[in-house]
Ligand binder design. Sequence first.
Ligand code: BG6
Length: 501
Amino acid sequence: MTAFPDNFLWGGATSAAQIEGGRCADGKGLSHLDYVYYRGPKIPCNFMLKKDLEKAKAEESTLNFPNRRGIDFYHRYKEDIALLAEMGFKSFRMSVSWTRLFPTGLEETPDPDGVAFYHNVFRELHKYGIEPLVTMCHYELPIGFVDKYNGWVSPEVIGPFVKYTSFLIDEYKDEVKYWLTFNEINMVCAVPWLGGGIVLDKDGEFEMPVFRKGPPNLNKLPKELLHQWDQLSHQALHHQFIASALTVKYAHEHAPQCLIGNMFNLHHLYPETPSPADALRAHEETEFNMFFCDVMAGGSYPEWIRSYYRKHDIHINYVDHYEEILREGKVDFISLSYYLSSIVTADPERQERIGSFIRTLHNPYLQTSDFGWQIDPTALRISLNELRDRFHLPIYIVENGIGAFETPGEDGTIHDDYRVAYLREHITAIKEAIGDGVEIMGYTPWGCIDLVSCSLVSMTKRYGFVYVDADDEGNGTYERTRKDSFWWYKKVIASNGEDLD
Ligand code: BG6
């Protein structure tokens, strides 16, 4: 079996909204994620109907907004980076908060405190030889764009975004070599609020799902709402594709030393049975998952999605010269998040929600996490091979991991053998994929230091090698403690993936 290359980028991943805190510090503006309010430790809440956003605003002084606190990385980044360095990190994935640089998204010049903050963080990382991997947009959108334009639905957001990303390239190109444009760009279709700052508007009694998979629809929603969902999210997606491609083109022209990737949530699917009907469903879902890379890495819309648009009465207002823009803005590498696999059937009514996001069937061959996510390292290996065959680009695995309920034992630490087991199996799968001939640049497990969960806006779902003493209400010392997995991952990195015991 081929071992990991010498320059393999071992590290961990985070996002600004989930770690920084200091949400209003030094002139920072608020993003749409700052309006996601806490509803309970296991209640997914990244869904916004118009009435939810109105409530968030009307009750702003009494509701609990954990993203505004994060884990206080804004003030503790030196301590946190020192811990990552102690594990031997070669790479740290973080995002820049658009509203820390441009508080409303419309300013002519960036906020100097925000600009200095990210220089300080990059400097601190380089002090330890850690390469920053920077996501330009990890979901966050200035709240004013939600109010004025319904988020990415409007082409008006493209200009300010490209101004922001061009600034990032110009300002930080000597400190940041690896960039990603949008985090999990497919989320705009799955969770329109989260991925696109899109507010859906419908009165009536129905159970709102937190996630919508690709065609065909699996949720029992009013038809008009479904159509609104599809229409708005695919229009917004088009604008994000354009904004990303323009950013990539700018980076290629102004910072040829940088590499810039897309990022999508890899969703591996099995048909429930060998029946052709189940296989067709699995094929459709897989194509939908690959569609996001087809556009960003392949540079054009696949024909089948246009036919999907026709069949579902979806009308996209394509930006002028969009085909040329997409062709000229193809990414240098593919990056992905991967957590679980799922099963599809020709009878989607039988699929149920497991965990926060996914509607699937239980796979009897797999174990699940505390949150019901089905653990499947082999699916990662299969998908890596498929991606290589389809796109022939290097792949960076920028999210993977296991979320768990954790409280320190009597000795004050967390004995997270389940995390070690999960990561060991996934690292083995990656090693096998490298042996299969897939070019993999690096691996940055999610939430390397505990952070606010995205789907639950909660501290009760933890992913880290480092425990943070903070609860859902913001109580706690915010002290950092090394978990057992900290020492294990340190050994993995030191041995370049050879010692996984
Ligand atoms: C990815 C996101 O979808 O999954 C992260 O990019 C998120 O922001 C991660 O935190 C895990 O999801 P959750 O809901 O467990 O935090």
